[in-house]
Design a protein around this ligand. Structure first.
Ligand code: ADP
Ligand code: MG
Length: 402
């Protein structure tokens, strides 16, 4: 579906290195373009345009040193340019000349709080969801760097929202505030949530009464001839308010916690996907009703130490089955999208199959790479920054001041 000629193209926002604040497709323009289209349920993912570039925002969040890093006297090797700049500097050796500088869409220093991450990174994406886009936010990084803190954080309460509440509770809070405000625009809405875990290429429903069942993914061709991915037997709950959503998040997180204490590496080697789908009944200018649906996937990825490694080490790890296939394939899929490759290897892992309708085409993706500032983690920090940087634009190279 192309916008009528003469109107600003909604997909003009798809630049290789988009900025988070400078969205060229304000939600209003997309919504009003749709309102003129006398169609039922215009699915945004069908509007894929071969000329558009993939819209992937990559931001970095560095936490402060934790007690252990301070106790061990591990120096700070990561520095950022202000509380929310664009550069990360890595101190790779004794001389400032060997520093390496990476540039991202945004870089948050340890002083950035949960509220700032939501306002700067998540709120603009939530607006896109409300105008019918499928969007995904990933937390990517070494275990212990703040992925779960960033995605969930404090989920003990909802009103008032705790300072340490992460992205998911803030999304639920903000979503229902926005939907409440929109009544004057003749919008009837419904919101659904699901919460699943992926471990060793097996899917488990964190909201199901029987969470031992392994969910199956299968493809279904839709009316337009394009296949969509469905998860058989996955529970999806209608939620009427933010409190119900946070209860589901709490329930699923608790199940994950219980399982993680039984299985040592589960929490570092599994991915969780909390999905919020918003259906909005809209009335077009010609008086016809249609439903616009947008989806937001909030993904807490497995620890990045479970990925890559080259040469002999890689082979041994593969034989031992410790390479995380979904994490590895996600990197390949994102790089293929950024590079506009003709083949995108969605089918090579469960995670990318699951997120297929929200990665590439007319969708928005954000990666939040989380870092430890300590010297003892330098090697993993470099690996995280390299992965994140490649996702941003694989044609550029980080700058080495040598
Ligand atoms: P991960 O999910 O990446 O393994 P966690 O989110 O569990 O890491 O974070 C590890 C610890 O560090 C937790 O106790 C968490 O509360 C704390 N932490 C992480 N990031 C921050 C941050 N930005 N500010 C305060 N505490 C943080
Ligand atoms: Mg975690």
């Amino acid at each position: 579906m192309r916008p009528p000629s003469g109107r600003p193209a909604a997909n003009r926002a798809h630049t290789a290195t988009p900025t988070l604040t400078g969205r060229a497709s304000p939600a209003g323009s997309i919504a009003s373009t749709r309102a003129r289209t006398p169609k039922r349920n215009p699915p945004p993912e069908m509007a894929s345009d071969a000329t558009q570039e993939t819209n992937i925002n990559v931001v970095v969040r560095c936490r402060g040193r934790n007690d252990r890093e301070v106790r061990e006297n591990s120096g700070v090797v990561v520095s950022t340019d202000g509380i929310k700049g664009k550069n990360v500097d890595l101190s790779m050796g004794p001389s400032a000349l060997s520093n390496k500088t990476y540039n991202f869409d945004k870089v948050f220093s340890p002083a950035a709080d949960q509220h700032m991450i939501f306002d700067e990174v998540v709120a603009p994406i939530l607006d896109e969801v409300l105008s019918g886009f499928n969007c995904t936010i990933f937390a990517y990084g070494q275990t212990g760097t703040g992925k779960t803190y960033t995605m969930s954080g404090d989920i003990s309460d909802m009103f008032p929202i705790p300072d340490a509440a992460g992205i998911i509770p803030r999304v639920l809070h903000s979503l229902f505030n926005k939907l409440g405000d929109d009544e004057s625009e003749k919008i009837e809405n419904s919101v659904k949530c699901s919460f699943i875990e992926l471990y060793n290429e097996e899917l488990r429903d964190l909201l199901s009464a029987d969470d031992s069942v392994k969910l199956k993914i299968f493809d279904e061709a839709n009316k337009n001839g394009r296949s969509t991915t469905l998860v058989q037997g996955m529970e999806e709950f209608h939620i009427k308010d933010a409190s119900k959503g946070i209860r589901l998040l709490r329930e699923g997180s608790h199940k994950r916690q219980v399982a993680a204490t039984k299985c040592n590496d589960l929490s570092s080697r599994s991915h969780t996907v909390f999905t919020v789908t918003v259906y909005m009944k809209r009335t077009s200018e010609t008086g016809e009703d249609y439903v616009s649906a947008g989806k937001l996937n909030l993904v807490d990825l497995a620890g990045s130490e479970n990925i890559q490694r080259s040469g002999a080490e890689n082979k041994r790890a593969a034989e031992a089955g410790v390479i995380n296939k979904s994490l590895l394939t996600l990197g390949r899929v994102i790089n293929a999208l950024v590079d506009k490759a003709s083949h995108i290897p969605y089918r090579e892992s469960k995670l990318t199959r699951l997120l297929q309708d929200s990665l590439g085409g007319r969708t928005k993706t954000c990666i939040i790479a989380t870092l430890s500032p300590a010297k003892s983690n330098l090697e993993e920090t470099i690996s995280t920054l390299d992965y994140a940087f490649r996702a941003k634009n694989i044609r550029n190279k980080p700058q080495v001041n040598q």
